[in-house]
Design a binder for this molecule. Structure first.
Ligand SMILES: [Mn+2]
Length: 433
């Protein structure tokens, strides 16, 4: 669908970016189409930084932002190609819809780039992602160096643009929070619908299709990441992606799935019975996990260290492992020697935004950064008793569970953006009747 005009916040972001650095030039290649097999492409999604600064979502584009202008290199309009592939914005659209000061066909990039880079000592460009892109930028920089004559100058500095863009993206503006809330609300609804839908006799794939359907039909363009639909022991595999086994009565189903809305994604995990209710051992473990998850969320407020989220969950889960008989010994030692990792091997939280594992620094000058209003992250403790673990109490064997919500830090505390997805045991069981 062709946009008439992108919102003005894209321009505000470009202005903020240029105000934050001293005279650099930003070079941001958009994503390319990637072939899966002959004539079949993977679904296209624009590179997140390029979208964040422009709202432009066509392939084979580059954006260059200098201290004085915003330049786009895009695919030209082409009636023949557009008949096959759909409408393009072309050069005029780059200017009128996206506000480019100058726009050129992408075939002009190699000729024009040296002149655009010349204005600055520092080129903000991320190397190592795509070697073709790297050679375009490095060749342009070498042309700049040669054009200076016998000056003895070396190449301009290259810096990762993430240093500035990541620090912008970590703080969500009101507009971004609205988009995240939309993604979270649609995703929470899909999780809830899946609880009623899943039943013994279906396959994980049925649920996978149903969750994706619920996300897309309610307005998400795509999933934010590949859905994890893990029945029974499959939930002990942290990034299980096969999603193709039958669902059995008496097992739990772990769903880690969420949708992307205008390039902002949610990230939700729920674990619930495939049949009508949790078994006793499942309920014992689930109640312990839910308590830890809720208590961890409750500590969120501006000023606390980001790492205290994981520390809190580790501590509380270690207490739970001791009282459930999963671990024995001294709590201090279990935490220090990371013995809790046998049942809780992953982190408790990650930043969330345009990317499911979003950009932004977790540490500043070697220290965990402090939470500030506008930051969004997940809180997702889990408990997993691996199928090969023969010494854990047998009633817990093969159980895997995780509960994950998306949390916005506010000025006074936090807002749980995914609370519409049920997680109380009674509420879940009532959906299964
Ligand atoms: Mn997550």
């Amino acid at each position: 669908m062709i946009k008439a005009k992108v919102p003005s916040y894209f321009k505000t972001r470009r202005n903020d970016l240029m105000a934050k650095n001293k005279g650099g030039v930003f070079v941001l290649p958009g994503n390319h189409h990637v072939f899966r097999n002959p004539d079949v492409e993977y679904p296209f999604r624009q590179e997140s930084n390029a979208y964040y600064l422009t709202g432009y979502d066509e392939a084979e584009s580059w954006i260059v932002i200098t201290p004085s202008k915003f330049v786009m290199f895009v695919r030209e309009k082409n009636a023949e190609r557009e008949m096959w592939e759909g409408q393009r914005y072309g050069i005029d659209g780059a200017k009128s819809v996206f506000g480019a000061d100058e726009a050129y066909p992408v075939s002009e990039l190699k000729n024009k780039l040296p002149e655009l880079l010349k204005s600055s000592d520092t080129v903000f460009y991320r190397t190592g992602m795509n070697s073709n892109n790297d050679s375009v930028v490095l060749e342009a920089m070498e042309k700049v160096r040669i054009s200076l004559g016998r000056s003895g100058k070396s190449l301009q500095n290259i810096e990762d643009p993430g240093r500035f863009i990541g620090e912008m993206r970590i703080f969500k503006t009101a507009e971004e929070v609205e988009l995240l809330k939309k993604a979270c609300s649609i995703s929470a609804h899909a999780q809830k619908a899946a609880m009623s839908f899943a039943k013994p006799g279906l396959n994980e794939r049925d649920v996978a299709a149903y969750v994706d359907y619920e996300l897309l039909r309610n307005g998400c363009e795509r999933v934010g990441y590949g859905s994890i639909i893990a029945g029974g022991k499959n939930a002990t595999c942290l990034h299980y992606r096969e999603n193709n086994e039958p669902l059995k009565d008496g097992d739990l189903l772990l769903i880690d799935a969420a949708g992307e809305y205008d390039y902002y994604t949610s990230d939700i995990t729920r674990t619930f019975p495939i049949g009508r209710e949790f078994t006793k051992p499942q309920a014992k473990l689930y109640d312990a996990l839910l308590k830890v998850q809720k208590e961890t969320i409750a500590i969120i407020k501006p000023g606390i260290a980001y790492k205290s989220i994981h520390e809190f969950s580790v501590n509380a889960l270690t207490d739970a492992f001791l009282s459930l008989g999963l671990l024995k010994g001294s709590k201090k030692e279990i935490v220090e020697k990371l013995e809790f990792k046998r049942f809780f091997p992953h982190g408790t939280s990650h930043l969330l935004g345009m990317d499911v594992h979003d950009v932004g620094l977790y540490m500043i000058n070697g220290e965990s950064r402090k939470l500030e209003a506008g930051m969004v992250f997940t809180i997702e403790p889990g408990i997993y008793i691996q199928p090969g673990d023969d010494t854990a109490p047998s009633e817990y064997k093969n159980l895997g569970m995780r509960i994950e919500d998306d949390i916005l830090v506010t000025k006074t505390g936090y807002e749980n953006l995914t609370q519409e997805a049920p997680k109380e045991r009674e509420e879940i069981e009532s959906l299964k009747k």
